[in-house]
Design a protein around this ligand. Structure first.
Ligand SMILES: [Zn+2]
Length: 416
């Protein structure tokens, strides 16, 4: 029997070729500028942190400046000599990422630039019905086309797109999205074809993972470990450990909605019984109010209106949802050492009515809660997190490795 061999790097004893070395050094240098975020770095700092020579740094910086990936800024600070040094930061023109989001009650698109700044955000509310894949993808592609045009007017070139979906994804194909009633929809390929842009790659990923990525950027460097629980029709959990979203870009993680909270509970759309979603899905919360008509209204808006109207049924349903969420989230926190729970997506809008009930369960059920406080709070980006995270993941491809972008520019220049 032959056992599988797992390699972490290509098995080769060949020396690194000169062009590979140049590409590697360019990534190394660019990563220092990306990592510096809002604080521009000087050429001499780049030489010190990368270990590359000043002439090599100068050549790479010139290449990045010419390609429009970085800009020179005002002298940011003085070195030991007291001489002002020219800072280098990421450009706000050039490559950009396109985020696309299909929810049960809305479509949205977003463009972010290389610095991670949102430059365009568009949202279209949809009536609550099972959307047809073909028409939905056509509508989304039209919104994407408008976003690409708006971006071009600001000298931004969309280099890639990521679609966030409320379901399980495998290699660009939506395998199962109960919120949409979709199965085996090749959304990535369809959108690539429908969006009027040259060879625009469209990746597809789970909304909860992308929302966690968006919230990671928004939270800033002080928050590196958290779980972001998003509530729509489906309930997802995006886990971030040490500043890295877990399971992101694999599209098959964070199905918190199908964690069991009561084995004797009602039947779930997944075929099991007593799943979290049966108690805390927004549609299930709304269903607790008899005769409630919410057509055309986003779920969270409809729930908010019922709370404002003093509906006792909605308060009972929210309390039950909070308890169930607390039970399911405590299972996550007992597995990983995370102290911060962000309520994301539409849950961010309902934090006032959910947080106390969740906190009560976490304090009771998480083993470490008696000596380390657990914080439950609304996620800053809320319902926009998934589409912003999707756009960030698209532009991250250039942030991680700008060589393909540079090669494409060289090809276009050669073609005249
Ligand atoms: Zn289920």
């Amino acid at each position: 029997m032959t056992r599988p061999v797992h390699r972490v790097a290509p098995a080769t004893d060949a020396p690194i070729r000169q062009d590979s070395l140049r590409a590697h050094n360019l990534i190394l240098t660019f990563q220092q500028i990306v990592g510096a975020q809002q604080t521009p770095v000087s050429r001499s700092e780049l030489a010190a942190t990368t270990g590359l020579t000043r002439p090599t740094i100068s050549r790479i910086v010139d290449e990045l400046l010419t390609a429009g990936l970085i800009v020179e800024t005002e002298p940011a600070r003085s070195g030991n000599s007291g001489r002002p040094r020219v800072g280098l930061g990421l450009a706000r023109t050039g490559p950009a990422g396109l985020g696309l989001d299909i929810r049960a009650d809305a479509l949205s698109v977003c463009v972010v630039d290389l610095t991670g700044t949102v430059r365009h955000l568009d949202f279209a509310a949809r009536p609550h019905h099972r959307p047809q894949p073909e028409q939905t993808l056509r509508d989304l592609a039209a919104m994407a086309g408008d976003a690409i045009t708006a971006a071009a007017a600001e000298q931004l070139t969309v280099v890639g797109a990521t679609l966030a979906v409320p379901g399980a994804v495998e290699a660009g194909v939506i395998r199962s999205a109960p919120a949409l009633g979709w199965h085996d929809v090749d959304a990535g390929a369809a959108l690539s074809r429908l969006i009027a842009a040259d060879d625009l790659p469209v990746l597809v990923d789970k909304d909860a993972s992308l929302a966690a990525l968006g919230e990671l950027y928004a939270a800033g460097p002080e928050l590196r470990d958290f779980v972001c629980v998003t509530g729509e029709f489906d309930i997802g959990a995006g886990l971030v450990l040490g500043g890295t979203p877990l399971g992101a870009a694999r599209g098959w993680a964070g199905e918190l909605g199908h964690v069991m909270v009561d084995s004797a509970g009602p039947a779930c759309v997944c075929g099991a019984t007593g799943c979290l979603q049966c108690y805390a899905g927004l549609q299930q919360i709304l269903a607790a109010v008899p005769g409630n008509e919410v057509s055309g209204q986003p779920y969270a808006v409809a729930i908010d209106a019922l709370v404002s109207a003093g509906s006792p049924q909605i308060m009972t349903a929210l309390d039950r949802a909070a308890t169930a969420l607390g039970v399911a989230i405590s299972a996550v926190l007992n597995l990983v050492n995370v102290r911060t729970v962000l309520l994301g997506g539409n849950y961010s809008l309902l934090t006032s009515w959910l947080a106390d009930g969740i906190q009560r369960e976490l304090d009771h059920r998480v083993r470490t809660a008696s000596w380390t406080a657990i914080e439950v709070r609304p996620a800053p980006l809320g319902p926009d997190a998934a589409v912003i995270g999707a756009a960030l993941s698209a532009v991250d491809r250039v942030r991680r490795d700008p060589n393909p972008w540079l090669a494409r520019r060289r090809q276009r220049a050669a073609a005249g």
